[in-house]
Design a protein around this ligand. Structure first.
Ligand SMILES: [Zn+2]
Length: 237
């Protein structure tokens, strides 16, 4: 048991050192991650809007062609009107003319809509392209900063990770998962010291009987208040 407890103490110390190295890297890993997400979303939006733009231009072209043929139809109807002989014929051509005019009206309205959409899309696409450029520049800089910081501390980190792997092998799966769970819940500190009858994690009072038991290191005790694993402070006699 003493071996387990010592391994837990050592693991905690290594993890705190690793945490400190990560802290020195600061928000950079998060910034890099978020920038990548931002760039990806930007690309998706850009692709989508370019497709919409293409579709609208095709539609616009088609409507323009249709309008041209409707205009020539109208011209034809006008000529026919001079040649009609009966009221029935006249009414028929008048109806056709009305239909053609309505169709042109609708087409013109649609063209107006499309023109407005195209303008908005073009503005948005140029904005997205600008964003892409600035995000990529930002990403490049952040990546360089991060790499520099990683290089600075990578040797130390490698040694710590190796030490951590060795210590982890001493511990059972159960103890390891307990340690990780408490560490996750308690801001990185799973192992607390019994300092003069006080838990170093939450500064709560530890009953004297428990202090004696903790000192014997025969069992894993946890703090009643904060739930951290309590170990004897070796410097204290
Ligand atoms: Zn505590």
């Amino acid at each position: 048991m003493q071996k387990t407890l010592n391994a837990l103490i050592e693991l905690q110390e290594i993890d705190l050192k690793l945490d400190r190295l990560n802290e020195e890297r600061g928000d950079l890993p998060e910034i890099v991650k978020n920038l990548n997400i931002k760039i990806e979303k930007n690309e998706e939006a850009l692709k989508e809007q370019k497709e919409t733009l293409k579709k609208l231009r095709t539609e616009e072209k088609k409507i323009e062609l249709d309008m041209e043929s409707t205009h020539s139809l109208l011209k034809k109807y006008e000529e026919q009107l001079y040649q009609v002989k009966t009221n029935k014929e006249y009414d028929a051509i008048a109806t056709e003319t009305e239909t053609a005019k309505n169709s042109i009206n609708e087409s013109e309205n649609r063209i107006l809509e499309i023109t407005e959409s195209l303008e908005n899309l073009e503005a948005s696409i140029s904005e997205l392209k600008k964003n892409r450029q600035s995000s990529q520049k930002e990403l490049k800089e952040s990546n360089e900063d991060l790499q520099a910081k990683i290089n600075e501390s990578s040797e130390e980190e490698n040694i710590l990770v190796q030490e951590k792997n060795i210590v982890r092998q001493i511990l059972s799966k159960y103890n390891l998962s307990t340690y990780e769970r408490i560490r996750g819940a308690k801001r990185g500190v799973a192992v607390a010291y019994c300092n003069g009858g006080i838990c170093s994690g939450c500064f709560s009072f530890i009953p004297p009987q428990k202090v004696v038991e903790i000192k014997n290191m025969k069992k894993i005790y946890t703090c009643e208040y904060c739930g951290r694993i309590l170990v004897w402070n070796q410097n204290e006699e």
